[in-house]
Design a protein around this ligand. Structure first.
Ligand SMILES: [Zn+2]
Length: 321
């Protein structure tokens, strides 16, 4: 691809974001309005636009087991652990954000999908297949994936949510190793991109934040700055204000952490999930939980609502400063 084309496109998009939110003074939350919605900072909806958040206090994610030719499973798994910790340990004054995250280990599924009781998901023996909030690489065919996959994206996070409430049901992250090179080193050699920075930005989307118009130094700024490739590893005050607003500090010490995705954790994609007579019951939550099951039993009441998807593009740009 043409680097220049990517740069100019990103500059235009960044300007559009700035021009479209002249009154915004802080972070923006992702909302149920996928396009041209207002920048919401608080919990109050504007019109039909409601801010997104994970409804529980514990989230699980898994890493696609094949990883990438550029990045090993351990490297991406470690990078994600660090990135989630960066957000969940943000200083919120009275404590840290009231949300916990667990790495559920490897998953074979590499698809962006959300299995719910809608009219699209294949029901297996009356059960909705389990889910996995997967982080996966795309070593080939980024543009062939279609949809919102564009050449100037370093990564793409898809958040599945209840369009009526804004409750996040699941999220999947795709990293574009097809068109870009990544580094996992402490100091990033040009012209590679810093994996830690990119996944820290994407985790912000995973948790419910949109791009901020406030500062190019913020992790949630829309364009990656090649001149300061590691800047997104650490949170800016604007990022911290955002995550603390979505998940105010609360005492989580007395509740068990249940990281299972909606309808249970299933490392296989829905099409590969099979009912097995001897399937073990799902393990309970708790630190260190990393069991694998072939399919998941419903965890909650049947969901009658369909899932919508909001894709947030992590765009590659030239200097944003
Ligand atoms: Zn982004």
């Amino acid at each position: 691809m043409s680097i220049n084309a990517g740069r100019s496109l990103c500059a235009a998009l960044a300007l559009a974001v700035l021009a479209g939110a002249p009154e915004a003074s802080a972070y923006c939350r992702s909302t149920t309005c996928t396009q041209n919605g207002p920048c919401l900072e608080g919990d109050q909806p504007i019109g039909d636009c409601k801010p997104l958040r994970w409804p529980g206090d514990c989230i699980g994610f898994a890493v696609q087991e094949d990883a990438s030719d550029e990045v090993t499973y351990k490297q991406i798994s470690d990078a994600l652990d660090t990135a989630f910790r960066t957000w969940t340990e943000a200083p919120c004054g009275a404590g840290t954000p009231g949300i916990r995250v667990q790495n559920l280990g490897p998953a074979s599924c590499d698809k962006v999908e959300m299995n719910v009781r809608d009219k699209k998901t294949r029901i297996v023996d009356g059960l909705v297949p389990g889910n996995v909030n997967v982080i996966t690489f795309r070593d080939m065919g980024w543009l062939a994936l279609g949809g919102r996959h564009e050449a100037d994206q370093l990564a793409l996070t898809t958040v599945h949510f209840d369009p009526k409430t804004g409750d996040i049901w699941g999220a999947d992250m795709e990293i574009n190793t097809d068109l870009y090179d990544y580094s996992t080193e402490e100091t990033v050699p040009a012209p590679k991109n810093d994996l830690h920075s990119v996944v820290t930005h994407e985790v912000g989307h995973f948790l419910g934040l949109d791009h901020t118009p406030v500062s190019p130094e913020a992790t949630m700024f829309a364009t990656y700055d090649w001149n300061d490739p590691m800047a997104f590893r650490t949170l800016h005050a604007d990022d911290i204000a955002g995550i603390c607003q979505i998940y105010p500090p609360r005492d989580l010490s007395t509740s068990a952490c249940n990281p299972l995705p909606r309808y249970g954790f299933a490392p296989d994609c829905a099409a590969d999930q099979r009912v097995r007579c001897s399937a073990a019951p799902l393990a309970g939550g708790g630190p260190g939980w990393g069991g694998r099951t072939g399919w998941g039993a419903p965890l909650a009441a049947v969901a009658a609502l369909g899932a919508a998807a909001a894709r947030r593009a992590r765009r590659r740009g030239g200097s944003g400063r």
